[in-house]
Design a protein around this ligand. Structure first.
Ligand code: MRU
Length: 335
């Protein structure tokens, strides 16, 4: 079993480079990129080299730190902040991290780097706390269904949904995981399967349409997913396909848990209807491993996220506590 913690976003203080594990090349290759500008980091966020709500927040913070350490002044840092914030719209962690860095833009490069390190360290600690709070909710020996990748790769380390899985395993609960493949970028088949297998946690890949059948046969004990933004009323934006799982879980009477750090909670967004949903190019849907898999000339849609109404969520597991309905009051109480 490989227990070396997986940390996909790092900063080399001696050489002033942001180090990113290239998630486009996993699992075939473990390649690390070294980035020297905020624009390079923004491009890496946009093209999913680094992805997952907390991880893109950490990457953006390091993007501003590297820019400052390489001599950028306040005006340049403000422009870079705008570019980073607009790299992806749905995960609120990105804007949260950039705004947090924004409060220190005039204070010098050392202060910015220290803040970026703090954002990274706090996120990993939050994931471990989410794991500790969430593990007791996982039924004994359960087969846990997850969607996309809300693991170490999507965070500073340890993961949110997969943090709950890891903590349950560490507590001695011999669970196993079903990972939805998560079309079209295949975060489940490529990334969730890779990181769980690396840690010796049993994982089986499903295609995105299989969950209903397995639930009907009693083969799934609960669903645990991550989130890109949680509105004040408890509505949850997460990878496209999450909403369908929540409907299925409700139909089959299964718990549907959402695990996320507090930086994913956006009390300024009243309901899911106000969450901006990223639409990516349809080409990403019809191209698979460089091959076109659909007839040329037929359009494809790629809304990258969907919104699960709070009514379908059993509990939101945050580092500040576990929240159940009524979510608006519960989230406000933790704010
Ligand atoms: O498009 P992605 O891969 O960035 O989408 C990621 C997800 O939807 C994750 O579930 C979410 O960011 C939670 S990560 C802890």
């Amino acid at each position: 079993m490989n227990r070396e913690p997986l940390r996909p976003v790092l900063y080399d203080d001696a050489r002033d480079v942001v180090r990113l594990l290239d998630q486009k090349r996993l699992p075939a290759e473990e390649a690390w990129l070294e980035l020297e500008t905020a624009d390079q980091v923004a491009a890496a966020i946009k093209d999913l080299t680094v992805r997952g709500a907390p991880a893109i927040g950490v990457a953006a913070a390091y993007g501003l730190a590297v820019e400052a350490r390489r001599g950028a002044g306040e005006a340049r840092l403000r422009a870079a902040s705008e570019t980073l914030i607009h790299a992806r719209p749905t995960a609120v962690n990105l804007a949260w991290a950039v705004r947090r860095m924004g409060r220190l833009l005039g204070r010098g490069a050392a202060a910015l780097l220290a803040e970026a390190h703090a954002i990274r360290d706090e996120d990993e600690a939050a994931c471990r706390r989410i794991g500790a709070l969430g593990a007791p909710l996982v039924p004994p020996r359960a087969r846990v269904l997850t969607h996309c990748n809300a693991g170490a790769l999507a965070t500073a380390g340890y993961g949110t949904a997969l943090g709950v899985v890891r903590a349950a395993v560490e507590a001695g609960n011999p669970i196993s995981v079903f990972a939805d493949e998560t079309r079209p970028f295949l975060q489940g088949a490529r990334l969730t399967a890779w990181e769980l297998h690396r840690d010796g946690i049993p994982v089986t890949i499903l295609t995105d349409g299989m969950a209903g059948w397995l639930m009907q046969r009693g083969e799934i004990g609960c669903v645990v997913v991550g989130a890109d933004r949680i509105a004040a009323n408890g509505d949850v934006a997460n990878k496209i396909g999450t909403y369908a799982l929540a409907v299925l879980a409700a139909h089959h009477g299964l718990p549907f848990y959402v695990a996320a750090p507090w930086s994913t909670v956006d009390l300024h967004t009243p309901t899911g209807a106000a969450i901006p949903i990223e639409e990516r190019g349809g080409d990403e849907v019809v191209m698979l491993a460089g091959q076109r898999i659909a007839p040329a000339g037929v359009p494809a849609r790629y809304p990258a996220f969907d919104v699960t109404p709070a009514a379908l969520v059993t509990a939101v597991i945050t580092d500040r506590g576990v929240v159940r309905a009524p979510f608006d009051a519960g989230l406000r109480a933790l704010a």
